[in-house]
Design a protein around this ligand. Structure first.
Ligand SMILES: Cc1cc2nc3c(=O)[nH]c(=O)nc-3n(C[C@H](O)[C@H](O)[C@H](O)COP(=O)(O)OP(=O)(O)OC[C@H]3O[C@@H](n4cnc5c(N)ncnc54)[C@H](O)[C@@H]3O)c2cc1C
Length: 308
């Protein structure tokens, strides 16, 4: 094996880079601070035949307990900045590692509207693009002008139309990293934008558990007539899963579609809890839930679950 590029660490613990705090180490781990550095790391991994994974804020991510073979990347420095851009001053240029709530706050300070919904999503720009994250009716595609997608082959600019954005999906492949993004926003009254952010924060606090170790939505809201318009959380609640526990993991008492780590949960506990919740909803209400949470490494999904 060729000597890893500078900064590559071995057996790096990933649990603390996720909000649920479970899972094992990465065989190789590196922080990429610029597009050039990211390209070098991806080229090295490709040359060595290593699989590549990316961790954003780890806010919808389960890491395998056995750890992750290959190279895991996290973006920082230049790739986590937020800067005003464009002649009209109505654009924000962001690194893929910039945190979405910080983007919303920067937009408010610059008297720009359109990305207020981001205040409720505790992920990065890259993770939000990969997941097509949204909240409170706001949609990423409405404000995204382009993203720079970096892979072992180099950097390619894509528009929202080229990202295949669907409910919680994009067409980004493993090894394709969102390095930068440009948001085109709308000039607005800064006090009004700040008031909207405060209101969205207040609504979130009311609806969701705060201060717990969780990765947000566990299952997608189903597109199945048998659900009769009910969300995944309402279905889990209806099937009696609120508060259900397996090992150190449990469905939250406040929001049944949130899994909570009570202290010593493993990823295997979370998967088993999800399996029991999914089976209860299928048996009692006839609806098959599809996981929303993403995985890195050999996480063992039950055989009959939809592949994503
Ligand atoms: C309390 C709470 C509330 C939440 N509320 C919402 C909500 O309202 N709406 C919503 O949509 N989601 C919500 N989420 C889920 C989560 O915040 C989003 O899915 C977010 O977009 C994930 O971003 P991340 O940076 O944390 O990605 P991660 O969780 O780190 O990763 C998710 C996926 O994106 C990939 N990825 C990460 N960064 C990049 C990159 N730069 N390039 C390519 N791929 C990348 C990862 O490899 C993985 O496949 C919530 C989560 C929590 C914990």
């Amino acid at each position: 094996m060729a000597e890893p590029p500078q900064g590559v660490q071995r057996e790096f613990s990933l649990a603390r880079l996720t909000t649920i705090r479970t899972g094992g180490p990465a065989e190789f781990f590196a922080r990429a601070g610029s597009i050039e550095q990211l390209e070098r790391l991806l080229a090295w991994a490709a040359g060595e035949g290593l699989e590549v994974g990316v961790v954003g804020s780890g806010s919808n991510l389960l890491i395998a307990d056995a750890g992750v073979r290959g190279l895991v990347l996290k973006l920082d420095q230049e790739l986590s900045t937020i800067e005003l851009d464009g002649i009209a001053g109505d654009k924000l240029a962001c690194g893929g590692g910039a945190r979405l709530p910080a983007v919303s706050a920067a937009a408010a300070r610059a008297a720009l509207g359109g990305i207020e919904f981001g205040v409720s999503i505790p992920g990065t720009v890259g993770g939000a693009v990969r997941m097509n994250a949204n909240a409170y009716g706001g949609a990423l595609a409405d404000v995204l002008e382009w993203v720079d997608v970096v892979s072992a082959g180099g950097t390619e600019r894509r528009t929202p139309g080229q990202l295949g954005l669907e409910y919680r999906r994009s067409n980004l492949k493993p090894g394709e990293v969102v390095g930068r993004a440009l948001f085109k926003l709308t000039p607005a009254d800064d006090q009004q934008v700040k008031a909207t952010l405060a209101e969205l924060r207040r609504r979130r606090k009311q609806a969701q558990p705060a201060g717990i170790k969780t990765f947000g939505s566990t299952f997608k809201n189903p597109d199945d007539p048998r659900a009769e318009g009910r969300t995944a959380g309402q279905l889990l609640d209806g099937a009696g899963c609120r508060g259900m526990r397996v090992g150190g993991a449990g469905f939250s008492e406040k929001h049944a579609n949130f899994v909570e780590n009570h202290g010593d949960a493993t990823t295997a506990d979370v998967i088993e809890l999800m399996a029991q919740g999914r089976a209860a909803v299928k048996q009692q209400l006839g609806v098959e839930l599809e996981p929303e949470v993403q995985t890195l490494g050999p996480v063992r999904w039950p055989e009959d679950w939809p592949r994503r």
